[in-house]
Ligand binder design. Structure first.
Ligand code: PLP
Length: 453
């Protein structure tokens, strides 16, 4: 880290409330976001808020969603490195730094990932001057590898795709035996939970101010590491009626029923119940067809004229083109399904997340064009009607039931006992207090980060 101007970035509170930062620093950070993404001051851009301190979001047009409820999508696109996964990457690294466990010049950072977390890790390590190795499957979209190389990290590839993420964990477990390696284990470490519960969750609460009844009736997130879904814990604390839905690919329905297939939604559906997933607050598990997400992305990106024909304001259709990736569309389709299932009306808000944006999915649409012989306008119009407007209430499983919760606890045991976690530790996670205690550490880390920078 020697020679770096800003080895330490923001506290959890500053990521949530960037307006509380020194104004000159914030101004400098906002300029760097546009001018030089590798300036370390960009650490201070890890926030959902724009230059006016408003949460970046879009309320989807009902002509697209086909439901009365307001579907509010928080946009991860403008985070440095292009996705909000940079937040957990930073939080995990900075907690390790202030705890004295990660030492500059001594340790190499390992980032097991299917992409965006790895991109985030390579980016943060570039800014903070650490050597990084990203461990990821060898069959993800090529845009991901390009970004990681651009940020200067080394790639260590394991065979497979999204649902072979367990192999990246096994590889990390091996590499971790070398004492100079320090894994930022997003599936296991609680900075990921803390970032999303504090920063994403409270930003979601701000995002719905002035929309509908100003509350959140449902929060939908397709878990990869299950970091993002922790936002639901903050939302439920503010709005106890809020239902949290975990979305999974229909083709890889691990939480719903132990399904473990290959699928096309990069970043989610990792064939496990992650250690940091607070299953106590997961009310529903909802399945979404993977190719529906890819087709819907094609429509939004390539065919704003079709959306306009269906009544979406042309400038809104045009403005949506670059905002979502495949998992963002999955979240949107899940939000629509839950709005229908819960019979929500025009006063109600459903919040969901676009983790990243279109910039890393060109190759996915090229592949779709190869697979589908017909993508003429009339086909795309039918896709909107079938996938958005025609979404049903099917494949929604109620996980408030005791036997369903037990199923998730057991899935977690099956996934994590082999990695050396004790039964007693996993049992402790059955208590809401465990999650409160982990969350409360936010305050401790706020102080430690301030003290060290
Ligand atoms: C594109 C994309 N969507 C969704 C997710 C899932 O988010 P989380 O890991 O917070 O559950 C990820 C995680 O890497 C991702 O890369």
């Amino acid at each position: 880290m020697t020679g770096r101007k800003i080895p330490f970035g923001p506290t959890y509170d500053e990521m949530l409330h960037p307006e509380t930062m020194d104004a000159a620093l914030r101004g400098k950070a906002l300029r760097a976001l546009k001018e030089n993404e590798l300036d370390p001051v960009n650490l201070f851009n890890i926030t959902w808020k724009d230059g006016n301190n408003q949460v970046r979001k879009i309320v989807l047009p009902p002509e697209l969603t086909g439901v009365d409820a307001n579907i509010v999508v928080m946009l991860g696109k403008e985070f440095p490195s292009g996705s909000h996964k940079v937040g957990p990457a930073y939080a995990t690294l900075i907690e390790g730094c202030v705890d004295g466990e990660i030492i500059p010049g001594e340790h190499t950072i390992l980032g097991p990932s299917t992409g965006n977390f790895g991109i985030g890790v390579s980016y943060i390590c570039n800014l903070m001057g650490y050597k990084a190795v990203v461990i990821m499957p060898d069959n993800m979209s090529k845009e991901r590898y390009e970004r990681i190389r651009k940020y200067g990290a080394e790639l260590d590839l394991t065979p497979g795709t999204e649902s072979d993420v367990i192999l990246t964990l096994q590889r990390t477990y091996e590499l971790k035996k070398d004492p100079k390696n320090r894994p930022l284990a997003q599936f296991e470490l609680f900075p990921n939970y803390r970032f999303h519960r504090h920063v994403t969750g409270n930003s979601a609460i701000e995002a719905v101010r002035g929309i509908g009844n100003g509350r959140i009736a449902a929060f939908c997130s397709a878990p990869g590491s299950a970091g993002t879904i922790a936002a639901g814990d903050a939302i439920k604390a503010a709005f106890p009626e809020c239902k949290i839905a975990a979305l999974e690919p229909y083709e890889c329905s691990t939480l719903a029923n132990g399904g473990r297939g290959q699928h096309r939604i990069e970043g989610i559906g990792d064939k496990m119940c992650t250690l940091i997933h607070n299953v106590l607050t997961t009310d529903f598990v909802t399945l979404i067809y993977d190719d529906d997400c890819v087709k819907a992305l094609k429509v939004i990106h390539d065919a704003p004229h079709i959306l306009a024909k269906l009544g979406v304001a042309p400038e809104v259709a045009e403005g949506m083109r670059e905002l979502f990736g495949v998992s963002g569309i999955c979240n949107i389709l899940g939000a629509i399904k839950m709005a229908k299932y819960l019979k929500l009306g025009p006063d109600d808000n459903v919040v969901t997340i676009a983790t990243d944006s279109f910039d890393r999915y060109n190759s996915v649409l090229e592949d779709l064009d190869r697979r589908y012989l017909e993508t003429a306008d009339f086909v795309l119009e039918r896709w909107v009607r079938d996938i958005f407007h025609g979404s049903g209430e099917d494949h929604v499983f109620d996980f408030r039931r005791k036997d369903r919760k037990e199923q998730l606890f057991q899935q977690k045991e099956q996934d994590w006992l082999p990695f050396g976690y004790s039964q007693a530790y996993l049992d402790a996670m059955r208590s809401p207090q465990f999650w409160e205690d982990e969350y409360q550490k936010v305050h401790e880390y706020n102080e430690k980060i301030k003290a060290m920078r």
